[in-house]
Design a protein around this ligand. Structure first.
Ligand code: 4AD
Length: 463
């Protein structure tokens, strides 16, 4: 009838009491005293057994257990004479009994200790001794993701991702948005282009949704007024990059607007300042754990998010000697460069670039009333990389049909979408965010695979 205590709850006030804890063997060290570092999620505590007649059998038993095995420890909480180094908990457990709950293999494909090494540390050991090559590169980690997830940094990353999702939902619910779920099996592609997974659905050609775009707009046509969705998005990406996955989690928003697409940017501003501030205030421990393995500088953002027009951006690049097509899209390199220029001039790493050329935006994007070569659209950047794209949408069915045709979309496959606007539709717009990119860029991580639990990319469908 004894209750288990969480490792994270083991504190000095409990000194003298007997506890039962379950965790993994993080490390075993034995000299005159046997030390067992017990780990539970990101928390660790040192358990000790002094060699004596009473502990002899237990110590022998422990010594043959492999790291990562699960054990139940019964012991007494003590305050050690010298502070314990390298554990998250400051108390020690004097072991009385140990039971092995389940053994792990003696030789694991990677060790948690190796996976938890900082890149600097690996670099250093490479320099010191060329033979001591890093045993865990990104691919090895991902092949053995179940072990890799156990590191303190990864434990923190997936908690941070969850917090972002929660802050997003919290803010939108407080502003009368409705959370919805749209189908992922579609008759046709929603964004156009080649990045669509085609499949067959009981004899009918079908696609996996490239975004909730069409159905979130149809929800607006259905009078839900303000909607959001958190759900999977599928993209048949050809290229293998540090920031593209074939499946990611989309944070999507769609809302009625009254006058101007700036209303959508106002929401982006409020929502993301809230998310960043909440991360900084409520997730200090997690951010610190990530920073230990992957050092980063806190994100610089303004209370009121900077907005630049695409034309202004092009001009800034031009003045810095970078020529870009004023009616083309920015490539990754010029986006980065612009990010640097913005940081130097405005001291922010988070900003909105709006009024993109119509030619580089999807068919459903509303062109500007004063100049149809530009559109009521925007992208948002963190540290020079795109995190959000959004726009006001075309709500006039005839225009929508024409634009879809011009963009090479088979109008038949989206006829129910276009019809939705024939039944009366308000001016509206929205945006989409890649969830994995939020924490990747907030923490300046170098690869989106670090923030996806089991990433899917053009070369990876397992584990
Ligand atoms: O820019 P995207 O393609 O825009 C849309 O899907 C629109 N329907 C959204 C809208 O409401 N206008 O995707 C939106 C965001 C990107 O800014 C990026 O953060 C993320 O989704 N994203 C990806 N993340 C990971 N892997 C990929 N392959 C991604 N493609 C886009």
């Amino acid at each position: 009838g004894k209750e288990w205590t969480d490792v994270s709850d083991l504190v000095e006030e409990m000194a003298g009491s007997e506890v039962l804890i379950r965790g993994r063997i993080n490390r075993l060290k034995s000299s005159k005293v046997l030390f067992l570092i017990l780990r539970q999620s990101g928390f660790t505590v040192q358990c000790v057994a002094k060699q004596s007649e009473e502990t002899d059998v237990m110590i022998k038993y422990l010594k043959q257990l492999s790291c990562e095995s699960f054990v139940d420890v019964i012991g007494v909480v003590v305050i050690p004479k010298d502070p314990v180094k390298g554990t998250t908990q400051q108390v020690e457990i004097q072991m009385r009994k140990v039971y092995c709950v389940n053994k792990a293999l003696t030789r694991l494909p990677i060790t948690v200790e190796d996976a938890a090494r900082s890149e600097e540390d690996i670099e250093k050991s490479l320099k010191d001794n060329k033979k001591a090559a890093p045993r865990v590169n990104q691919d090895t980690r991902l092949n053995n993701r179940v072990i890799d997830i156990r590191t303190p940094a990864n434990q923190a990353i997936f908690r941070l991702v969850c917090h972002v999702e929660n802050f997003f939902r919290e803010k939108l619910l407080s502003k009368a948005f409705v959370g919805i779920h749209t189908p992922k099996l579609m008759a046709g592609s929603s964004e156009g282009g080649s990045a669509v997974f085609r499949l067959e659905c009981k004899g009918q050609p079908a696609c996996l949704a490239q975004s909730p775009q069409l159905h979130k707009q149809m929800a607006i046509c259905g009078d839900l007024r303000r909607v959001f969705e958190i759900g999977p998005v599928f993209r048949a990406e050809d290229s293998f990059t540090h920031r593209h996955l074939c499946e990611f989690v989309g944070l999507d928003v769609e809302m009625e607007i009254h006058k101007h697409y700036s209303e959508i940017m106002d929401l982006v501003d409020e929502l993301f300042v809230f998310i960043f501030t909440s991360l900084n205030e409520k997730c200090k421990k997690e951010l610190e754990a990530v920073g230990k393995q992957y050092p980063f500088e806190p994100l610089k953002f303004l209370e009121k998010t900077l907005r630049l027009t695409f034309e202004e951006g092009v001009q800034m690049l031009k003045e810095a000697g970078v020529e870009v097509d004023p009616f083309g899209d920015l490539n990754t390199e010029s986006e980065r460069k612009l990010g640097q220029l913005v940081l130097e001039k405005y001291n922010t790493e988070f900003y909105i670039l709006h009024r993109y050329p119509t030619a580089v935006r999807p068919f459903y994007t509303m062109p500007c009333a004063d100049n149809p070569l530009y559109s009521n659209s925007f992208d948002v950047f963190i540290r020079g990389e795109e995190i959000i794209s959004g726009a006001q949408r075309v709500h006039i069915p005839e225009v929508l049909e024409k634009r879809a045709g011009e963009c090479g979309i088979d109008v038949k496959t989206i006829s129910t979408y276009i019809d939705s606007f024939r039944y009366g539709a308000p001016p509206h717009g929205g945006f989409g965010v890649g969830l994995e990119r939020v924490i990747m860029l907030f923490c300046a991580l170098n690869n989106i695979r670090k923030t996806s639990l089991f990433p899917r990319d053009p070369q990876r469908l397992t584990p």
